[in-house]
Design a binder for this molecule. Structure first.
Ligand code: MN
Length: 228
């Protein structure tokens, strides 16, 4: 194909057990999906309908590693999340069909400029600059569902410089993975390559340069980043 500017590279994630890569299409994220985190953010811990925001495709940091402290914030926060990687898509996907759409699962970090998010909330503005900045979405290698099964429970945790900051259980999600995927698919057509960040448990907090962040989910690998 002849293009007037260079064709942008497509970010890809590695997949455990194969040399073949997983090309990323869109990134959707669920807000406040664990009651304890909804409470710490001053929200309603009850079962209000899930809401979504996005991150650009090229915010993915495959496999973690060095992540620069972003500009225009003094309050960069970590949010460890279960990431769903879709192998099939569709619109209005029935709940029972969701597992067949899931290629696999990964551990992700929804890095957040908390100060800009708070300001955006106050002013009724979009979260784009709070959530969708460069390298704001580190993601571990994907574990195929054929290996790990479909995850509905298990520990999810994060530590900074060896001190545990977040610990929850996937069973604590307000909206489970099938409900999240089915609900998003009523708004947009999902497709192979889409990643869905499913929300974070309580314990979010600030990061500074030099911090070593380790996080993991039972049944999946771990993800490590260092803020530089
Ligand atoms: Mn999040």
């Amino acid at each position: 194909m002849d293009t007037v500017i260079p064709l942008p590279p497509r970010p890809c994630l590695t997949v455990l057990g194969t040399d073949a890569l997983f090309p990323v299409r869109r990134i959707y994220c669920v807000g406040r999906n664990y009651a304890d985190h909804a409470r710490e953010m001053g929200g309603d811990p009850n079962r209000e309908p899930p809401f979504f925001f996005g991150k650009p495709q090229d915010t993915v940091v495959p496999g973690g590693g060095a992540v620069p402290y972003p500009p225009v914030t003094a309050n960069l926060h970590h949010e460890v999340e279960l990431v769903v990687a879709l192998g099939r898509g569709g619109s209005n996907i029935p709940l029972a069909d969701v597992p067949a759409c899931v290629f696999g699962y990964a551990v992700g970090l929804d890095l957040t400029r908390r100060d800009l998010q708070a300001k955006a909330k106050d002013q009724g503005q979009p979260w784009e600059t709070a959530k969708g900045f460069d390298q704001s979405a580190p993601v571990s290698p994907i574990t195929p569902a054929t290996t790990c099964g479909h995850l509905a429970s298990g520990a999810i945790w994060l530590s900074v410089n060896g001190t545990e900051r977040q610990r929850g259980d996937l069973a604590g999600m307000t909206w489970r993975v099938p409900e999240v995927v089915a609900h998003i698919s009523t708004f947009v057509t999902l497709a192979p390559g889409d990643l869905i960040f499913t929300g974070t448990p309580a314990g979010v907090g600030a990061l500074v340069r030099g911090d070593q962040v380790r996080c993991g989910i039972d049944g999946l690998g771990e993800l490590e980043i260092v803020i530089v």
